[in-house]
Write a protein that binds this ligand. Structure first.
Ligand code: HMG
Ligand code: MG
Length: 303
């Protein structure tokens, strides 16, 4: 067990993972304002949109318009999801600083989510990763269902290590260990992260924990002790995955930031401004704010 880190990086995934599952189309202007507000709160890494089939995920159909209308900052990483060469070719002219390929530790989820096997997904990612690295674009990879699968149930850590190895071999620089359906407890979180650490350096592994069963903060705390220093989170706890029924949003960014600051860990994020960004998007899409911390702070402000 290593000591807790002094600093932790947050990847804000609300604009992509958070909004992708919204049934009502969220206007490009609202998405752009959300991203601008997140940057103003000190977020330095944003999953901005995805370049996937608009038939599969209509909410992300305005990907190029979102990328064209955000106010770029030099110190912010703008990450976009790309499943294949077609997505990469559409993403490239929009100027992402990072692309993310997304595979799965579960064969069944791979088929449901991206319509191919794990092996086929790696074949599709390989030219994308090569082209991005050639263009000096950072590449990260997500490993979905690393702590459990809605179709296959338990996932052996060996499957996580296997996919991490395949990703490393094609040149993916960083992997995010994803609990897509938020079922894992600290035991599974540690096992999956340790599996990834058998392939990647500790600085190149992050946690992406959905909070469906309320385990995400505990999982983050557990893997902080393994030295993990980067986590994905979604403002106001927005989100879910269209191909994982019942899965709720990622752990709320406000809740993660509150916990990290309480542990004396720097994030560079202004919690009050972040709460404002979460309140803005919750109101704009007519959803209850999914962050406990945000609701507490908003109630304190009100009264
Ligand atoms: P496919 O049907 O196997 O692909 O879909 P295809 O190559 O046979 O093409 C079929 C049609 O899609 C064609 O159009 C292509 O042009 C088009 P048509 O001729 O029928 O008009 N197409 C595309 N259009 C736009 N952009 C593209 C693209 N590729 C093909 N990139 C595909 C394969 C991956 C495209 C499809 O399955 C898809 O889009 N799936 C959506 C996946 C997705 O976005 N899932 C949610 C994000 S992942 C996630 O949330 C998990 C994560 O958060 C981590 C975690 O929590 O686990 C990252
Ligand atoms: Mg996710």
């Amino acid at each position: 067990m290593s000591a807790l880190p002094e600093k932790v990086g947050i990847v804000e995934v609300g604009p992509r993972d958070g909004l992708q599952n919204e049934k009502q189309f969220v206007s490009t202007a609202i998405k752009v304002e959300l991203i601008d507000r997140l940057q103003a709160a000190g977020i330095k890494h944003i999953e901005t949109t995805s370049f996937v089939s608009p038939k599969w995920v209509p909410q992300m159909a305005d990907n190029a318009a979102v990328m064209a209308n955000i106010t770029r900052r030099d110190d912010v990483v703008y990450s976009v999801l790309v499943p294949n060469m077609k997505g990469y070719e559409a993403a490239l002219p929009t100027g992402p600083t990072e692309i993310e390929v997304f595979g799965s530790a579960s064969e069944a989820f791979s088929r449901k989510n991206i319509n191919c096997s794990i092996a086929e997904s790696i074949e599709r990612f390989a030219p994308v990763v090569a082209a991005a690295r050639e263009a000096d674009i950072q590449v990260r990879g997500a490993i979905s269902c690393a702590l459990g699968c809605p179709y296959e149930g338990e996932i052996a850590p060996d499957k996580v290590a296997y996919v991490a190895r395949l990703m490393k071999d094609i040149g993916v620089q960083h992997v995010g260990i994803a609990d897509t359906i938020g079922v894992g407890t600290p035991r599974e979180a540690r096992a999956a992260v340790e599996a990834a650490l058998s392939v990647y350096d500790v600085a190149d592994v992050s946690g992406h924990f959905h909070d469906t069963y309320g385990q995400a903060l505990a999982n983050i705390h557990a893997v902080l002790a393994l030295g993990i220093r980067q986590f994905d989170a979604s403002v106001a706890g927005l989100g879910g995955c269209p191909y994982a029924k019942g899965a709720t949003g990622n752990v709320a960014t406000e809740d993660v930031v509150y916990m990290l600051h309480g542990l004396g860990i720097e994030t560079g994020i202004d919690l009050d401004a972040l709460v404002d960004a979460g309140a803005f998007i919750s109101e704009a899409i007519g959803r209850r704010n999914g962050s406990k911390v945000a609701n507490a702070i908003l109630a304190r402000r009100a009264g």
